[in-house]
Design a protein around this ligand. Structure first.
Ligand code: CA
Length: 236
């Protein structure tokens, strides 16, 4: 049974989430402030964390950053936020959450995201699924080379020349999808479906935000991801 930690101070919301997670066959734990959320995340090793941004004491951003940067925890995190302007921050470099849900959210939407994030993280890192990509691609032992960029699918590592680039799970999956389909234009809708695994209608901005951070992290190699206006992205 997969275990979900809910870090949320509003009891009516956490109870609603717990009820629905249990209905869907998940085990749950609740923390009602940032400090105990952090402690539970480290001691209980949940499979997924639902993390509210506005919390008493340590807020959700601090908790997320501390889990990733100080404790190097890879557990998927879905952030709950009331402000859509926080989305860029949440998905970005600084915090490294895997997804977000804006309040007020529909339970159906939240459950869809929980399932999608867990499904994706389950299939990692042994996700050997082959894309209908360029057959001439240089691949050996699950290595993908694009210019100075090397992706090691098995180790979930990306290097530019010899520099190791730290990517979030979604950034890695996005880059991988583009790289194995090298030369083809991938639409935002396709990328959302492929990387996020569900219909994200009206939220193609998520792809743009991730591409922006990927380019930043890849540094000099940023030009390898081409924007095809009005369509999507491709790697040459
Ligand atoms: Ca709150």
């Amino acid at each position: 049974m997969q275990r979900v930690l809910i870090v949320e101070d509003e009891t009516n919301i956490s109870e609603l989430i717990v009820y629905n997670l249990k209905e869907n066959g998940y085990e749950t734990m609740i923390a009602s402030d940032g400090e105990s959320g952090l402690a539970y995340a480290l001691s209980e090793k949940p499979d997924l964390i639902l993390l509210d941004v506005m919390l008493p004491g340590k807020n959700g951003f601090d908790v997320c950053r501390e889990l990733r940067e100080v404790h190097h925890l890879k557990t998927p995190i879905i952030m709950l936020t009331a402000k859509s302007e926080e989305i860029d921050k949440i998905l970005g470099l600084e915090f490294g959450a895997d997804d977000y849900v804006t309040k007020p959210f529909s339970v159906r939407e939240l459950m869809a995201r929980v399932k999608a994030v867990l499904r994706r993280s389950e299939s990692m890192p042994a996700n050997e699924e082959q894309e209908p990509g360029n057959k001439d691609e240089k691949k050996s032992d699950q290595l993908i080379h694009v210019g100075d960029l090397t992706m090691d699918i098995e180790k979930h590592e990306v290097r530019v020349n010899d520099r190791l680039v730290e990517l979030t799970f979604k950034e890695f999956e996005l880059l991988k999808t583009l790289a194995v389909n090298r030369g083809k234009v991938m639409s935002r809708d396709y990328l959302l479906d492929k990387v996020w695994g569900y219909d994200y209608i009206g939220e193609t901005r998520t792809v743009d935000v991730h591409v922006r951070y990927l380019r930043l992290k890849l540094g000099e190699e940023e030009q390898i991801i081409q924007t095809i206006r009005g369509v999507g992205y491709k790697i040459l």
